[in-house]
Design a protein around this ligand. Structure first.
Ligand code: NI
Length: 171
């Protein structure tokens, strides 16, 4: 297994739209394993393939406190979302150090395939529901800061670009 490089906002590659996976081979299994390792190492609770510059519909999530409940969603699609909303302070491995409230449906149903290509459907609430929606957004090329006001988003962009320039200068 190996750690993958995580793209940082405002990298334009974060806005690419991911294609569905059709081949459930060893390459996919290795990619899923590498994505999981990268997520745990970061550490984070979710990672979409888009964030590691692979534009295929693959998500890994682990919201357990023990970090031993990996959930893999290939070609995920929401089949239902509750009318009821919740606001959650979201963060993102591609937007380091930034957390802000985003309103989304409180409960969702998602249909997806596992790494072997087997279909499943599940209902989620709480942090898992937030995570699933946040990661599916990544696959559509959307980063959570796009839910914030243009003013906030520009501040975040400026801050992160400044940090990236400083990091480049230091290396
Ligand atoms: Ni994210």
């Amino acid at each position: 297994m190996s750690l993958l490089n995580i793209l940082r906002y405002p990298d334009p590659r974060l806005h690419k739209v991911a294609k569905p996976v059709s081949l459930f081979d060893d390459r996919l299994k290795k990619l899923v394993a590498d994505m999981a390792e990268t997520m745990y190492d970061a550490p984070g609770v979710g990672l979409a393939a888009t964030q590691v510059d692979v534009h295929e519909q693959i998500i890994v999530i682990d919201v357990s406190e023990t970090h031993d409940h990996l959930q893999v969603f290939v070609n995920p699609a929401l089949t239902w979302a509750s009318e009821e909303k919740q606001v959650y302070d979201e963060g993102c491995l591609s937007v380091p150090g930034i957390y802000d409230g985003v309103e989304r449906p409180a409960r969702v149903k998602v249909k997806a395939l596992d790494a072997d290509g087997k279909e499943f459907e599940m209902e989620a609430d709480g942090l898992l529901a937030v995570c699933i929606q946040h990661e599916i957004d990544h696959l559509r090329g959307k980063v959570f800061v796009e839910y914030l006001s243009p003013l906030k988003r520009n501040r975040i962009k400026t801050k992160l670009l400044k940090e990236q320039r400083e990091m480049q200068r230091a290396s």
